[in-house]
Write a protein that binds this ligand. Structure first.
Ligand code: PEP
Length: 250
């Protein structure tokens, strides 16, 4: 029997509202619901409403924000909050993506406040964790990942933890064309699962991200530790993203 799988598309700073509508037209024509498969989309904030509308009546398609501010509203020019993205149709949000951490200086404490804000707004958080190349080479991968988990999720009880999906995304693999091997990813996924299990989350969802593409998705998902994939570059074309999901789910 096949296991549940999550496929998540991070569009980053690409695809405005018109492009989002065209994207979903192609994607929906090429990808039909498959048992136990969910496909998540993280468009830029300006395209959330168009994407959520285009994904309507398909329970297997989830639309989420790429980031939220921890405050629900106020004087934070340029930011979007949980309640605002929920009003635009989002039901999930990424938190702590490596570009937020390393380009915009987001801290573990910021991720903690954002997880709490997401849960308060009824959004399913997908928390991204992962080490840099220097941290991996220094043998610090597990220390960094568990520090990020503790920073973001430390105070949550088992019930709240149950709403979290964790994405293991080694920074050196994002957008570089160099993916982690299934074995390397599985080792970290096991540690993430153990960390969550020790805090009451028995059935953790842990997906892998970092240069996943049509060629490597089947090999990565043959590893049972991976509950799915979070994909940037290879999710931008709707036809090849549909093919990638189908290949990974086969
Ligand atoms: C990402 O943005 O989360 C990501 C994994 O990007 P890419 O697939 O392009 O490496």
């Amino acid at each position: 029997m096949s296991r549940p799988l999550w496929f998540a598309a991070n569009w980053k700073m690409n695809l405005g509202p018109d492009e989002a509508r065209a994207y979903f037209k192609t994607f929906r024509a090429r990808y039909h619901p498959r048992e136990q498969c969910e496909v998540w989309f993280f468009p830029p904030a300006v395209s959330l409403e168009a994407a959520a509308h285009a994904a309507r009546e398909r329970a297997d398609l989830v639309v989420g924000a790429q980031d939220i501010h921890w405050e629900p509203k106020g004087a934070f020019t340029g930011a979007v909050s949980g309640p605002l993205v929920a009003q635009a149709g989002a039901t999930a949000t990424l938190i702590g993506h490596s570009e937020r951490r390393h380009v915009f200086g987001e801290t573990d404490e910021d991720t903690r406040k954002k997880v709490a804000a997401a849960l308060a707004a009824g959004l399913a958080p997908m928390l991204c964790v992962g080490e840099t190349l220097a941290e991996r080479e220094a043998g610090n991968t597990l220390a960094v990942v568990t520090r990020q988990l503790a920073g973001a999720l430390g105070g949550l009880d088992g019930g709240k933890l149950g709403q979290i999906t964790t994405a293991y995304e080694p920074v050196w693999a994002i957008g570089t064309g160099r993916n982690a091997t299934p074995r390397d990813a599985a080792q970290v996924h096991r540690e993430i699962r153990a960390w969550l299990a020790a805090r009451g989350m028995a059935q953790a969802r842990v997906v892998y991200g970092g240069s996943v593409n049509l060629k490597n998705v089947a090999e990565l998902l043959a590893e049972p530790e991976l509950d799915g994939v979070l994909v940037g570059g290879a999710s931008l074309d709707p036809a090849s993203w549909a093919e990638l999901v189908q290949t990974g789910a086969a």
